[in-house]
Design a protein around this ligand. Sequence first.
Ligand code: ADP
Length: 398
Amino acid sequence: MSSSHVLVLNCGSSSLKFAIIDINSGAEALSGLAERLAEQAPLIKYKYNGAKHNIDLSAGDAHQVAIEKLVELVKQLKLDTHLIAVGHRVVHGGEHFTKSVLINDNVIDAIKQTSALAPLHNPANLLGIEAAKKAFSHLLQVAVFDTAFHQTMDKQAFLYAIPHALYTEHGVRRYGFHGTSHYYVSTQAHKILALPENNSRIISAHLGNGCSVTAIKNGQSVDTSMGLTPLEGLVMGTRSGDVDPGLFSFLVNQLNYSAQNVDELLNKQSGLLGISELSNDCRTIEEAAAEGHAQATLALDIFCYRLAKQIAAFIVPLGGLDALIFTGGIGENSDVIRAKVVSMLEFMGLSIDNDKNLAARFGNQGIITSQNTPCAIVIPTNEEWVIASDAATIAQEQ
Ligand code: ADP
């Protein structure tokens, strides 16, 4: 095995996803998830050589312990000698970061400053960075930001119509997220469909637990559905997406909600879960809808209608469409949602091909419309690959 591996870390508030990726082949030498960190029964699950294993942690163990155990495991499997860098997913890079960067003290300070905009995510990402710096002090660490790809958006797309000082003094603007995924699938689409990089109009729909759509013109993000936080835009698993901001004062003044209650309601109790009163999981909702569950059907209808409406709106910045990409757990697997959404977009020249739509599931990519131009296409995302490849490139430049 050559020294061409990158450890990719994606640190959430109570979880840590990791993978060791060979940047020559893209193969994952190791992958796994530490979950329930700092809770009762934390656990590391990992996959190595096709087999699944668990490591139990002690109650209360958090990121530092999980990373120490991961280091032990990496050493025991003799994967450490092949590592050339550690790549970290960082959710919010604010306006500081337009691309991936080598982590140094200034970068850490900038990520800390941006924490006010992503209080749940950035502090967790920083925990991962600090723990990895300690554990792999000999390796270069690179930060890859969810927001960076969208830094090409124009002011007309990223400013809210609120007093301008909130932007200049406090950074209140639309940033957009899922940038690594939108970047990856749009790059793949250029290759697969032989689209010229300087003349292409792509809309990419990343549909997972969080959902966002991005308008990509000539390879650059020109607009996206998420905003200051990942709450804006589409209906998601537990997030409401767009609501009338007047809802806040209604909940506070009429129903005595606190700011925290409003936040909780819109982020954790809304979306597919809120409408269906059943689940945030798309599979469960689809199964229930197929059995006649009225609210599950309604949840799917609202999800698809709002998604189709957002996709159609992005024809404005693009001036037309070459390809609509579906990705993320729902986008890659739900033929039902794709067929519904594409049927609402027939006026844009898209018509679903049922056989192709069924074939493009469970990791299989492919065009799902009868025509190739414009087309709807399923492309499985690979954010870990982008993080590994950026980290390797930056480490090799040093
Ligand atoms: P995350 O955003 O956490 O990375 P994923 O991209 O894995 O999440 O997406 C999770 C979503 O994908 C869930 O709503 C899940 O139900 C949905 N999903 C996964 N497989 C299917 C499937 N076969 N049919 C419909 N939805 C699916």
